[in-house]
Design a protein. Structure first.
Length: 385
């Protein structure tokens, strides 16, 4: 400063004046423009830059929560089998002389199906009958002699026992003779013929398989968790692959009281009656047991559920934004799930496209189920790339 003050040069004085003026202008500019704050800087960063597009909404399909009838059921598969089925076997031996029934024939109980050669057995009957008549005559004479005390009591008793023994042998031979006519034990249809005329038939040889197809049953092996829901008398629906589109009604006939420890299942037997003969033993059936029905329940498509475990939830759509919402479920069948809490009638939930959204995502509905759209088609077309 002492040097500047002692400098009498006009040039130096001009330079000092310029510096003071510049310093004054900087001070005035600083007082008029306060430094930008952190909030203002963040706001500027969040704003879209000129020329940039906003992130487009995710296209999804939605469904509307509606009221509908809901039924709870257990589904399984099983083969149909006849309630009455038997192998008709030969009760005597001999040559098969005649067949009186063929596969597919409907027969009545007691009807003759085949005849085995009876000659040998008939001769046995005649022999036992002759011996019986002889002993009966001896018994008649013994009674007269015993009455006049001309024969001992033990001799009389021996003859009486011989008559009784021979009569049993005679009756047995007659029964054997009746077995040469092979008869049906119950009403049914011949499902299989196993012998031919002229065959030598052995004792207990299977000859026919007889089936009563008027009453059919199917046995389901049901997991033990269903033991509290299934009971006798519940209605059953049956569909078979051989008859597409047809459904048959049945009922649970009996339930096993024992659970198989190896498989964790128990046996449930359903009974069906088919008057027109379309159902046949051996058909593969798909069976549904309906154990509860609710006529007016809130329901959503099952595919809208994010988790059917302990904490089921859905993506609820409001004002074009999704929110993960927990729900309380009731009955769940193959297509729909009953909602007992968490949603109201008319709410919209995401059904398809769940993997592409998350909490707070903006979405645009592309509907196929008649739910009202979340955005107009023009708006969606303008926002989608």
């Amino acid at each position: 400063m002492s040097i500047a003050a002692s400098d009498p040069s006009p040039r130096f004085a001009k330079r000092r004046a310029v510096c003071l003026a510049l310093l004054l202008s900087l001070l005035l500019a600083g007082c008029g423009q306060p430094p930008p704050s952190a909030d203002a800087s963040a706001t500027t960063d969040d704003k879209a830059q000129p020329g940039q597009k906003k992130k487009p909404p995710v296209p999804v399909e939605v469904a509307t929560v509606q009221r509908r009838s809901m039924s709870a059921s257990y589904s399984g598969t099983a083969a149909l089998q006849a309630t009455q089925e038997a192998m008709v076997v030969a009760k005597t031996s001999g040559v098969l002389l005649r067949l009186s029934a063929e596969e597919g024939d409907r027969v009545r109980a007691g009807q003759v199906l085949a005849r085995i050669d009876p000659e040998r057995v008939r001769l046995e009957v005649a022999r036992h009958e002759a011996t019986l008549r002889k002993l009966e005559a001896e018994l008649a004479r013994s009674k007269e002699l015993f009455a006049r005390k001309l024969i001992a009591a033990d001799a009389h008793e021996r003859i009486r026992f011989d008559v009784a023994t021979q009569k049993a042998a005679y009756d047995l031979s007659r029964l054997e003779l009746s077995y040469t006519d092979v008869t049906a034990p119950f009403d049914g249809v011949i499902a299989e013929r196993l012998v031919r005329e002229g065959n030598l038939i052995a004792l207990n040889q299977p000859m026919f398989r007889l089936v009563d197809g008027s009453q059919l049953e199917a046995v389901l092996n049901v997991p033990e968790r269903e033991s509290a829901t299934l009971r006798d008398g519940l209605p059953v629906r049956l569909a078979v692959d051989a008859l597409p589109g047809a459904q048959f009604a049945g009922v649970i006939d009996r339930i096993s009281p024992v659970i198989d420890a190896a498989t964790g299942t128990f046996r449930v037997t359903a009974r069906f009656s088919d008057g027109d003969g379309r159902l046949k033993p051996g058909m593969f059936g798909r069976i549904a047991v309906v154990y509860a029905e609710h006529d007016d329940s809130l329901a959503i498509p099952r595919q809208a559920l994010l988790d059917e475990g302990a904490d089921p939830a859905v993506f609820l759509v409001r004002d074009g934004v999704v929110a993960r919402t927990a729900v309380q479920l009731g009955h769940v069948n193959g297509e729909f799930a009953e909602v007992r809490g968490g949603l109201a009638e008319g709410d919209q939930v995401v059904t398809l496209g769940k993997v592409a959204v998350r909490e707070g995502s903006r979405v645009a509905a592309i509907n196929r189920d008649g739910a009202p759209p979340l955005a107009t088609p023009d708006a969606v077309a303008g926002e989608l790339p």
